[in-house]
Design a protein around this ligand. Structure first.
Ligand SMILES: Nc1ncnc2c1ncn2[C@@H]1O[C@H](COP(=O)(O)OP(=O)(O)O)[C@@H](O)[C@H]1O
Ligand SMILES: [Mg+2]
Length: 247
């Protein structure tokens, strides 16, 4: 199997000193890789660096054998890499439809722009959205806003989708819906790199688990092996999650 995204020895940070201290992660085409790890370990910093919002100080990011290092964020999107940030991922004062159109207008390349922002495929994945097209995005529930952000990232037909804690703060129903939707998108051929705190639920739909701590990759393993590791549960997932596994 070929690797669609290869992160090599990546270093990045905000001020003096690196937050990412040499990250190596490989995303095989068609797979779901989930990154877990304690708060502050650099997971969001990694996705920001991949998206091009933060400079890679050392190392490389290779998408389909093309280095993204010197590409602007929009060019990375056009190269096939789409990103849903953890926060501020929609325009709350615009309607749902305006959000979808803007995502596509700004991010898609010229040949895509003529098409519709709302494909049948998108409606199939997000059946709640059409009824909300005219609603202000700020008036949606947290779960609906997260679905909208997710849909915006898909309007440009990415080959790799990056999601930063898509289930954070959501009700159990929306958490299940979000992970079901990730799985469906993946089944349509989109490779996924996801950061999650709800590790058990996320790993159930993942192929590979990467554990990050303090700017390093601490472990890379098959997701279902990690789900069985008791010591990892207590180390990285917390006791409450361990109960969830036992039940
Ligand atoms: N915009 C920023 N400016 C300066 N430091 C930041 C910024 N964002 C995050 N950091 C720092 O980078 C480290 C990693 O943060 P982050 O990548 O958000 O971790 P995680 O997503 O794993 O919780 C933390 O020490 C955090 O304080
Ligand atoms: Mg984060």
């Amino acid at each position: 199997m070929s690797d669609i995204l290869v992160i090599k020895e990546l270093h990045a940070g905000y001020g003096e000193g690196d937050i990412l201290k040499g990250i190596d992660i490989t995303l095989p085409a068609g797979r779901v890789v989930t990154i877990i790890g304690p708060n502050g370990s650099g997971k969001s910093t990694l996705l920001k660096t991949l998206a091009g919002l933060l400079l890679a100080r050392r190392g490389d990011i290779v998408l389909k054998e093309q280095s993204l290092r010197d590409l602007s964020p929009p060019r990375r999107v056009r190269a096939g890499l789409s990103y849903v940030p953890q926060e501020y991922n929609i325009f709350r004062n615009l309607t749902v439809l305006e959000n979808l159109k803007i995502a596509r207008e700004f991010m898609a390349d010229r040949k895509m722009r003529g098409g519709t922002a709302i494909s049948d495929e998108l409606i199939e994945l997000f059946p709640e959205l059409p009824g909300k097209f005219k609603a202000r995005a700020g008036n949606l529930s947290g779960g609906q806003r997260q679905m909208l952000a997710f849909a915006c990232a898909l309007t440009v037909h990415p080959e790799v989708l990056m999601l930063d804690e898509p289930s954070a703060g959501l009700s159990p129903k929306y958490m299940t819906d979000i992970f079901d939707t990730v799985k469906k998108v993946n089944a349509r051929g989109v490779s996924v790199l996801m950061v999650e705190q709800n590790a058990i639920e996320a790993l159930r739909i993942s192929d590979t688990c990467v554990v990050m701590a303090n700017g390093h990759v601490r472990l890379t393993a098959l997701a279902n092996q990690v789900l069985e590791m008791k010591d990892l549960h207590s180390l990285y997932l917390g006791d409450a999650k361990e109960e969830a596994v036992a039940s």
